[in-house]
Structures are given as structure tokens and as C-alpha cells.
Design a protein. Sequence first.
Length: 757
Amino acid sequence: MDDDPSERPPASAPAGGLEAAAVGLARAWRGMGLLRSARTLPRLNQERGFDCPGCAWPEPEERSALEFCENGIKAVAHEATRERIGADFFAQWPISRLAGQSDHWLEAQGRLSEPLWKPPGADRYQPIAWDEAFARVAATIRALESPDQAVFYTSGRTSNEAAFLYQLFVRELGTNNLPDCSNMCHESSGTGLSEQIGVGKGTVGLADFALADLILVIGQNPGTNHPRMLTELERAKRRGCRIIAVNPLRERALVRFAHPKDPLSLLGRSTPIADLFLQVRVAGDVALLKGWMKELLALEAERPGKVLDWDFLREHTEGFDALRDELERTPWPEIERSSGIARAEIRRAAELYAAAERVIACWAMGLTQHRHGVANVQEVMNLLLLRGMIGKPGAGPCPVRGHSNVQGDRTMGIWERPLPGFLDALQREFGFAPPRRHGLDTVATIEGLAAGRVRVFFGLGGNFAAATPDTAFTERALRRARLTAHVATKLNRSHLVCGEEALLLPCLGRTERDVQAGGPQFVTVEDSMSLVHRSEGSLEPASPGLRSEPAIVAGLARAVLGAKSRVPWEELIADYDRIRERIARVVPGFREMNRRVRRPGGFVLPSGARSRHFETPSGRAGFRTHPIPRLDLTPDQLLLMTVRSHDQFNTTVYGLDDRYRGVRGDRRVLFLHSADAAARGLEEGARIDVKSHFAGAQGPETREVRGFRVHCFDLPRGCAAAYFPEANPLVPVASFAEGSRTPSYKSIPITIARARE
Ligand SMILES: Nc1nc2c(c(=O)[nH]1)N[C@H]1C(S)=C(S)[C@@H](COP(=O)(O)OP(=O)(O)OC[C@H]3O[C@@H](n4cnc5c(=O)[nH]c(N)nc54)[C@H](O)[C@@H]3O)O[C@H]1N2
Ligand SMILES: Nc1nc2c(c(=O)[nH]1)N[C@H]1C(S)=C(S)[C@@H](COP(=O)(O)OP(=O)(O)OC[C@H]3O[C@@H](n4cnc5c(=O)[nH]c(N)nc54)[C@H](O)[C@@H]3O)O[C@H]1N2
Ligand SMILES: [Mo]
């Protein structure tokens, strides 16, 4: 492979270490001050504390006194900042001028502190009373011809309680238009796994990481996005577990890691992570996995009965013969060309896999955000099924979730395609008939807004305009709306891309105390491994003008649905235990939720697949075959993936550095192999314009971003990387995964040229 050591990230130092601890604490200090840091951080991820608003990686049973990571601290410091913006700020800043500021600047202004309204025709937000704000949304929604003209987006930070009330309100209103960030995230995992094993979630828990003897980390950058996962990987390595990383970028934390809390890291102790690093081409995973399985079958032929798990295959699976035939037909040259990995290396991966007894496969956005995202996920599952790596200790699939409660929101019914059983249960509990027709997902929402079919956009958290594909198109679409409204903690791009009328409803964050009529409340979340637990903030709210997300949803529901609603909104909000009683009666697995969530550590949701009871139509786990995707790039095109830096949480940019990849002070960067740069007459640091290419329904389409800078990096020839959300204008809204409709954020054909001015 193209493995020129001069292109390795400049520092060969491990990821993590004292530097990570120091950066984290400095950020806490700068953001919150010393006292607030001292009051907040020790409660982060503790039994009676609050759940980290960062990623969805679970907390270990035995928690240390300080259970958080550098990037968790950044997320907390960001929320718990002492900066505030209110009426004065918005009187000074018209929306059109705010729109000229960077995303980084917008969020840095501080916490929103009171409800705001932009009247039709105005260019400024002005204060508005809560009841009046709700009345405005209600009047607009009531004036619609159909509730399907409104959409209700959710970002994955929302608690179970808020999410449950939100979908309840939306369904009583009469629509399933509940797009969420999951549509852009692990939808391909949910779709792929549901088909194959009858459940759209992973089947392993943290305890399994202590048992595995091989862990695959595919299309995931845990050093940045799930730093606490590295603790598990490091522990696993120290007891002899092997790790295979599959990634086009030689991410530093996948190579070597030093634990920030390990005193010996001061003396330079660090742990090599990947035993084998498969530097796959972007979008080359289907080919690689096919090669991997082909070699596995070859090993089985050499040692019959010793490699595949025949008992498992016979008892629990279907479709093996079709898979074997398809693998036999797939030629090696195509596998090597598409994956960019030599057969000998793939053989090595197969040998490591065949020698292991308990294997976990972890993956994230590197697999899901492609046109063939579902195929990627299903090929990983195929690989696991061949050796019965599911439903036994230390083995199974582990899609590592993004937002801290994105998995819980889905469990609570935030989904545009709800299952009939869920709707039946809602109907039994609340006595109204929920709509049965499917609603709009994220892509369909953008298309609906653009076509004028969707008139109201309501966002419970998130940053829809910046997180979605096709920025220019999406912004135009949002501006066509009659009303846009957002529940948020901080100002972001979406709040400046307004419909005719706009509302900004400021809410409490995770770190803050939530007191309702019945006294102090806590909420619950579900982590990436199906563990449901409580979260309770302790800080004084950023402003007395804030409301909790459940209270905002209830206020809105009362205003919109009026007296005819079957739901006692006020009663539910006074004491969140009452919301949980309803959840317990509606959502499977939540029986006695109030009692069980008060137990130390919470409770784990049941899953049939974990004990090899596959809830598929046949009761068996199914192999699924897919052709190797054809990319049809022209010789001058590169395949672009968009990734996160070490200093952002999705669209929230904390800073302009990406320490582990050697980038300082700039986010308009294009990572490129030095030979690909040279072939285009470009040098390190050259200013370039980037054009994407897409075969649209009406013919070829191009999109452009300008003024990027070349950064030569260790990645395969023909591939490129840039940061999300800066590169989102390049992603066509109509380019998404087959089956899951997840935007193909990680396979965008581009060409580049020296910047025009
Ligand atoms: N600090 C921090 N934590 C976060 C987030 C954050 O922004 N900041 N975001 C949260 C969210 S919502 C999510 S979904 C997760 C995201 O977590 P990740 O999925 O780790 O995030 P990405 O940066 O999108 O990067 C994915 C990785 O996939 C690789 N990749 C890209 N294309 C391919 C491919 O074709 N094949 C393979 N094998 N690999 C590929 C990239 O090189 C990169 O290392 O993190 C969550 N946690
Ligand atoms: N090009 C490209 N695009 C991508 C991706 C990619 O890899 N590449 N990844 C996709 C993925 S995986 C995801 S999950 C989406 C993320 O899409 P979103 O979830 O929509 O975006 P976020 O940036 O996570 O949302 C940040 C905003 O949430 C608000 N917020 C923070 N905390 C709270 C809270 O407690 N309550 C409320 N109400 N609001 C809060 C703040 O105002 C902040 O501005 O982006 C997707 N977009
Ligand atoms: Mo995500």
C-alpha cells in the first residue's frame, strides 16, 4: 500500500496521555471557571450525577471518581459557560448580520436566556412570553390543511421523557413526521441489522469487552469521538486481546494510546492499539469484507469443521449457501482494486479472525454514510454470523452510537416509520388513534420544504440547516417555510435560516437543576449498549427564563391540541415519574421503570438476539449478499469523506485545531495523499476550490466550496477527507444510502483545482 512514512501524522506520539487531560481541564477552566468546574466535573457520569452530553459510550459499573474524557469536558464546559445572550444582544444584532458570523462565533456567544420571536418580515429576534410563543406555533399549525404539512425534528441529546412526550404530541396531532439525527447517523445500522437479526441495535455490553479476544474497529475514530472506548481497548490489549482497525486514515489513537489517568503515561507508557491496520480505500469495505470471508472459507477448506461454526449456521441462520456462491463468484482482482488492500493482508485478517473465540465488531459513520451503507453493515454481520459471533459472552455486533441519547429517542418512538405494535400500545394507553401512514425522514423533509409541501419546521435540539446535506439547497428550502421554531441551548446556524416567522425556545441543559411543581426532577437516557439510567443536573439554570424540554413539549401540546387532547399534560410534567409510568406501559422492556431506574446503574433492555432468539420472520439470522459497489469515478476524481475534528461536537465547533491529525487553526482543509497533490501540481498548504459531481435525475450536477487548503496525509491514493459541516454544501440531497436513506456524507466524488483568486 501507499505507506510513505513521511506522510504519517507529524507527531508519532500516542493519542491521549497527559496532554488530553491538560487540554480538557484548561477548557473547563476557561469555559466555566474554577468553582463551576469543581462543582460540575465530579458529578459527570456518576450514579447521582448527570449523563455526559457528549457521546453514547456507556459508563463502567465500577466508576472512578472522575469518569469523563477530554471531549466530554469540552461538551460540559460548552453548556455550563457563564456567557448569556438575551434581548440586548438580539436588539444589537440583526439576523442578516449574525448570518455573516462563523458557526464557532455563534455558539461562543453564550447560552440563550429567554424565548425569542422573529415576526414575519422582520430581520431581528425580539423577546416573547412563553405562552404567546406557544400560541403562535399553535395558530400556524391549526391553519394548516393537514398535520402532515408540519415536521418535528429531534436531535439525539433529548431525554427519554422529553422524546416520549414529543412523539405523543406529534401523533395525537395526526402525523408521523418525526425525522431525527439518526436518519443521518446509524440508520443504515438499524436497517441492516433489523433485517438480519431482528433488532436494529448492538447486542454486546461493556462486560463483553472484558472477554473478547479480538475486537474489530471499522470506520470509527474512537480517539476523538468515543474517547472512553479507548480505555476498554487499552485494557483489552493489556490482557492479550487483538485489535484490527479498518480505516482509510491512519488515526493516531488507533495506532497508539496513553491513558490520561495512568500515572505511568507521564513516563511515556503507552499501548499500541491495532495489531493489524487495514488502510481500506474510502467505500472499499464491502470488497474488503468479501475478501475477508472468502479467505475464511479457504481456511475452512484447509481445516474442515474447524473455522466456521457449523452448529450455529445450521440451527440459527439462513442464506449461507447464497453467500458462499456469491463469494466464490467474486474475483480477487476486483476485491483488491476496490478495497485497496492486498490479498496477503486480507489473509492475515482472516487468520486472526479464525484464531479468535470471542469477537466484537465495532463500527460507526465510516460504514453507514455511504450509498451502500446498509450493505457495509450487513457484510460485517455476515462475517460475524459465519463464526457464530453473536449471542455468546464476549462476542457480537456493536454499532457505536453518536449522540448521548440517540438510541433512547428511537426506543421512545421518535421514528417516521413506527412499528404497528408501538402505535397499538399508544392507542391502548391514551385512547386516540395514532396515524398509521409513514412520515417524512430527514431527506424527505428537505425535499418537502423545497417543494412547499412542508410549511412548519419544529426542531427539538440540533442544527438541522448545518448538519444536513446540500447546504445551499436546504437553506433555501427552510426559508420557504411559514414557520421555523427551535428548542435550543445556544445560538446556531439553523436559527438564522428562518421561515417567514421564527421562534427560538431556550431550554435547560443536562448539567442544570430541573424543578417542576412536584419538586426536583431527573430524566433518563439509554446508552449505546441498551442500558437505561438516570441523569440529574445540579447547576443553577443559566437563566430563570428557561424551561425543561419536557415542559416545553407539554406547553406546546396544550396550546396546539387544546382541550380535546387525551393526555393530561400538566399532570405529567409536574412529576416525571408519571411520564415514566406511561412509558412503562407503552414501550417494551420498561416494566417498573421508576423502580428499576433508581437502582444503582439502571437497567438493561432485553434483546432476543443477545440469546440467539432472532425476531425475524423465520426466527433465523439471515445472511445478505451485495455486489461490490461500482463507483465509476473518472481518472481526475477523488472520493471525499467528511469527518469530525478533535475539537468539535458535530456542528458545534469548539476550536480550530485537530491535534491528532496535525492541523492547527484551520478547518477549511482537504486531506490528500501527497502523490495525488503532486499529480495536480499542488503543494502542502496550496489554496484550492473543491467541486463535487453527481448524476442527478435531470443530468450532471456540480457543487462547489472555495478556499480550502491542501494538507498531505497518510491515506490511500484517490481518497480525500474534509471536515463536517464545512464540506456539507458538496453533498447532494439526493445522494443517500439505499434502504436507509442516510446521506452519503462519506463518498462524494470531487475534483480539485488551485483556488481561482
Ligand atoms: N468529540 C466528539 N464526539 C462525538 C461526536 C463529535 O462530533 N465530537 N459526534 C458524535 C456522533 S453524532 C457520532 S455519529 C459519532 C461519530 O463517530 P465516528 O464515526 O468515529 O466519526 P467520523 O469523524 O464521522 O469518522 C468516522 C471514521 O470513519 C472513517 N471512514 C470514512 N470513510 C470510511 C470508509 O469508507 N471505510 C472505513 N472503514 N472507514 C471510513 C474516517 O476516516 C473516520 O476515522 O461520534 C459521536 N461523538
Ligand atoms: N457532512 C457530514 N454531515 C453530517 C455528518 C457527517 O459525518 N458528515 N454526521 C451526521 C450525524 S452522525 C449526525 S448525528 C448529525 C447531527 O445533527 P444534529 O443533531 O442536528 O446537530 P448537532 O450539531 O449535534 O446539534 C447541535 C445543537 O444542539 C443544541 N443543543 C445542545 N444541547 C442541547 C440540549 O440539551 N437541548 C436542546 N434542545 N438543544 C441542545 C445546540 O443549540 C447546538 O447548536 O449530523 C450529520 N451530518
Ligand atoms: Mo451521529
